[in-house]
Design a protein around this ligand. Structure first.
Ligand code: PSV
Ligand code: MN
Length: 384
């Protein structure tokens, strides 16, 4: 397949919450024109797709995107040329979850948390979503606070019950995170833990790599490669970070890392939608305007992918076979150092899009329109 054909097929899912207000624990700076409802978030996601041509789905977060009728929301999305994607569960924003959700020592709290996960599968039935994405804030702040092993048992039990509820075409995606909000231990801290649980559950359980969820210096492409080989990579939550889980625009902090990740994906022929990997963004745009930030993020993923597609695999394999370290590294760097922007501009023109989606957005007047129209009501944000 040609580089352009592969790029034409690429799919990137945008997160509903990235369109809403967000901030740090110190301050949320509200922006004008921010969506007030899940419907308005979909309007914004549709604009991103219309301009980029490669972002046809939007992930929901429950209860942030709770509506009375999910079938209606799905139809609304369809009418605007997008579809609803992964359903993200949220068992971290209720007072009951102070000491955990599915790992909580109290069975009643665990039952409530599992109830929410099952409710998310009910919602998937209505939205037609394939993926249930699970992230747990569960963990401990102090040694001795709870029994680490018992918490693994509780986690396994909750995952099993939820897994059993999945339909034939639905999947469970388990996301790990090293720390935060818990600072001593986290119950799913790393890919190994997520992988072990998914392995026990079965083939519908897959691991999610959120690129901001590792210790500094972690070689993420190794994890990508390992999970691909084991057929256990289900999705990415793309974002970038300088320090911890910064949730900045993907490709902003370390475009080379993003390229290295996409190189492993291309090597494994896992870019095409049929490979079943969901390429999602999980970002917060605290300072920058949200819609163009998401467009920029989509373009960053596209650029890294285009570079990865340009790697001469035959030459690379020959250098590797010959033990030519510099040759092999050079083959990779040649691709990384190629300016792919002209190629992407050309591709967009062929797809009937504006070659410069950022400029097209600026020209469109949409930013001014939403500031004008979205007055009154409550802007969506964390917890909304
Ligand atoms: C947790 O930090 C996380 O990465 C999970 O994916 C959550 O669903 C998301 O962030 C919430 O913003
Ligand atoms: Mn995430």
């Amino acid at each position: 397949m040609s580089v352009k054909d592969a790029l034409r097929e690429q799919r990137i899912e945008t997160p509903s919450w990235a369109y809403g207000n967000s901030g740090t624990r110190f301050k949320v700076f509200a922006q004008q024109g921010v969506p007030r409802t899940p419907y308005e978030k979909i309007d914004d996601a549709a604009v991103v797709h219309r301009l980029t041509g490669v972002a046809p789905t939007v992930a929901l977060h429950i209860p942030w995107d709770k509506v009375d009728d999910y079938g209606k929301l799905a139809e609304y999305a369809r009418d605007r040329g997008v579809a609803l994607g992964a359903i993200n569960s949220n068992v971290f924003q209720d007072d009951d979850y102070k000491l955990g959700s599915v790992c909580h020592p109290d069975a009643a709290v665990r039952r409530k948390a599992i109830g929410h996960l099952l409710e998310c599968v009910d919602i998937m039935d209505q939205t037609g979503s394939r993926d249930l994405k699970l992230w747990f804030a569960d963990g401990l702040n102090y040694p001795g606070q709870d029994n680490i092993r018992a918490r693994q048992d509780r986690l396994a039990e909750a995952l099993r019950e939820t897994y059993e509820r999945l339909g034939d075409h639905q999947r469970m995606l388990l996301e790990y995170k090293l720390f935060e909000p818990a600072f001593y231990t986290t119950d799913v801290p790393d890919w190994g833990t997520a992988y072990a649980h998914c392995l026990q559950l079965g083939e519908k359980a897959q691991v999610v790599i959120d690129t901001g969820h590792h210790a500094p210096g972690t070689n993420i492409e190794f994890i990508v490669s390992f999970l691909l080989r084991a057929d256990k990579l289900g999705a990415f939550d793309f974002n970038s970070r300088f320090y911890a889980d910064d949730d900045l625009m993907v490709g902003a902090a370390d475009p080379f890392q993003l390229f290295r990740i996409m190189h492993e994906i291309v090597l494994a022929d896992a870019l095409k939608p049929a490979a079943g990997i969901a390429f999602m963004l999980d970002q917060c745009h605290n300072l920058e305007p949200k819609i163009p930030a998401i467009i920029r993020s989509v373009l960053n993923v596209q650029e890294a992918t285009a570079k990865a597609l340009l790697v001469d695999h035959e030459a690379l394999a020959a250098f590797q076979q010959d033990g030519d370290v510099l040759g092999a590294n050079g083959a990779l760097m040649d691709a990384y150092n190629t300016d792919v922007r002209p190629l992407l501009r050309e591709l967009r023109e062929e797809m009937g899009l504006d070659p410069d989606p950022m400029a097209a957005y600026r020209r469109s007047g949409y930013a001014e329109q939403i500031v004008r129209e979205r007055v009154g009501g409550e802007a969506a944000g964390w917890g909304a």
